[in-house]
Design a protein around this ligand. Sequence first.
Ligand code: LAN
Length: 730
Amino acid sequence: MDAAYSRLAIPSSASKPFTDYTRWRLLVSDSGRHTWKYLKTDEECAKWPQTSEDKFWLGMALNYEALAPAKDPLAAARNGYTFYKTLQSHDGHWSGEYGGPMFLLPGLVIGSYVSGMDFKLEERQEMIRYLMNRANPEDGGWGIHVEGHSTVFGTGLNYTALRLLGMDADHPVCTKARATLHKLGGATGIPAWGKFWLSLLNAYDWEGNNPVPPELWLLPEWLPFHPHKWWIHTRTVYVPMSYLYGVRFTAPENDLILALREELYPENYYSINWPAQRNNVCKADLYAPHSTIFDMINVVLGGYEHCVLPPLRKAAVARAYQLIVFEDENTGYQTLGPVSKMFNLVARAYAEGPESDAFRLHKEKRDDFMWMGGDGMMMCGTNGSQLWDVGFITQALVETGLAELPENRESLIKALEWLEDSQVLDNPKHYKTSYRHATKGAWGFSTKEQGYTVSDCTAEGLKAVLYLQKDLSFTPKLISDRRIFDAVDLLLTLQNPSGGFASYEPIRGPRWLELLNPAEVFGDIMIEYCYPECTTSVITALSIFRQHYKDYRAADIARTIKTAIVYLHDCQQLEGGWFGSWGICFTYATQFALESLSLVGETYETSKSARRACEFLIGKQRADGGWGESYKSCEVGKWIEHADTQVVQTCWAIMALMYARYPHAEPLERGVALVMSRQLPDGSWPQEAIEGIFNKTCAIAYPNFKFSFPIWMLGKAHTYLNDLRAKTKT
Ligand code: LAN
């Protein structure tokens, strides 16, 4: 362990790369798999030249010539795609960074360290650099995400990561971060997941954690609180956590761990009253405080930990381990997400050792989460957002007519090939036995290998395929009707009684389970909920589908759309907007909801609800013509202005108004002008604030949105405004 993680001499500034950026390559293989390679020799570099895709994501200059300046919105959209097309991967999808959360890289580093799994030197150097670049300039700490204020969660874990990666404790970056950590009270007050990671590392006592008993997996499945009824991410993280807690995994002490025990705490580590820390969470971190009932349950469970029946624990640990193996095998060792990835990896490495296949395969797929960017190497929120990005840009091109231009045809055929290759054709290997929902016919958020059904990803994938295969004359018809029906059948299994659609599965557990939310830093994570965004994607997909296939399950589809619209009305807020859970925030969800309403003819002229939504948006337009909303809207549930106008949100707002057939041109024209004014001479748009969110508090990056949504909006607005002007003239 020690040799692989030796001390490194790190410069005091991270503005310049620590490695040679001309040597990094993104390998795109196996249906959109992303892994970054560092080439060692000039010969290798000559054989495998850097592409624009590599250079763009590495933040290197592309030096494209300026395009002819756009005279109208359509020309601007066309220029946008002229640029964006050069970033398309050879297999037809668009790669991209999926960073933002600041609690993932420490999981990668701590999990690897305690499993004895090394990194390449260049990876360590660039991960260190990334953390240096992401430290908050004022206090040197880190928050829960890249734009967040410093917290114990962010600072305690990223400090630990830096130290394990090889930074010295007296490096100025460490000194500054440590001072902030201590000012926040030190690592005793780290939230539950932080306590857990530090306990695995042997730098926090297990006694300081609330219990994570694996025995829940042995309870009868009909119980309303059985973990298979939890939101899929919570339960998939809970499986390996309960295993690692059950066996009390603890890395062996070494000098570095002993040093961390000194550095992370202002007080003497050995004098800390650990059981008293279980519910100690720093104020700067706390978003969802424990309920009283949860605290009471923890007292009982804490008592149980002193008298566990060994055979019962053994059986429970074995059951949890079986579920870990199922998950690994279902997903080609990607697992559902980055947190379960690293917990599963630690569990498998512990149980099966460094020589095992499990260890090797986990190591291989660990690369899929490591993304090299302009500021260094990060860990991504998933193994990419492949489907999500391909889905939006292809629809944008078809709807705007840019798809028909000869110059774009090849790129669209490639995108269709990728979509064909990425549809999941079967249910999971371990299906009901691992509590999975069906996957036959699905598109997931990232790759087919990860393979999880997501309602809106399946819907956006389906829409993209229908657009490409049905609306364009020049595309091969790669996906059969049968496969299209499979996607539709799957979507129809996902509706909830309220009419709405949730993210991965129909809601399984009761609402009150939220009282048992243990995470402290995230809201609404215990069960699935319905989302206007997911609901819209599904019903728009179904409605496009039925235009082409009038007879297939027509009654089911009609009923589904009708009840979904009822749900959408139910969740409109008084001020007129919809609250967004996956993008920021009201602008994002209101765009989706108005698209849904337009399906059933509800627009500004015909529907009070659509009109109220338009007025809500118009009320938020800024003097410069754009819109700008802060991620804080998602935390507090109320619109909060961003300091700056945002191109992507301006596009969402204008798309929303166009869906509702907003009749006044002037606000739209001003928004369009703002988006055009921010376009660069090469057709691209610069990166602005972070676009996405999850679990109410954690922002996440969708850097491809700055291409797909301006292209989409500008192309659509071109025709829309022309029509509007023609109408007002007559
Ligand atoms: C995502 C990313 C995509 C997102 C949309 C498709 C946009 C959404 O409409 C449905 C939910 C989904 C699939 C989603 C769920 C939660 C994810 C997987 C993420 C935001 C990406 C990262 C996040 C995951 C939970 C991060 C790991 C953290 C934990 C708390 C386990």
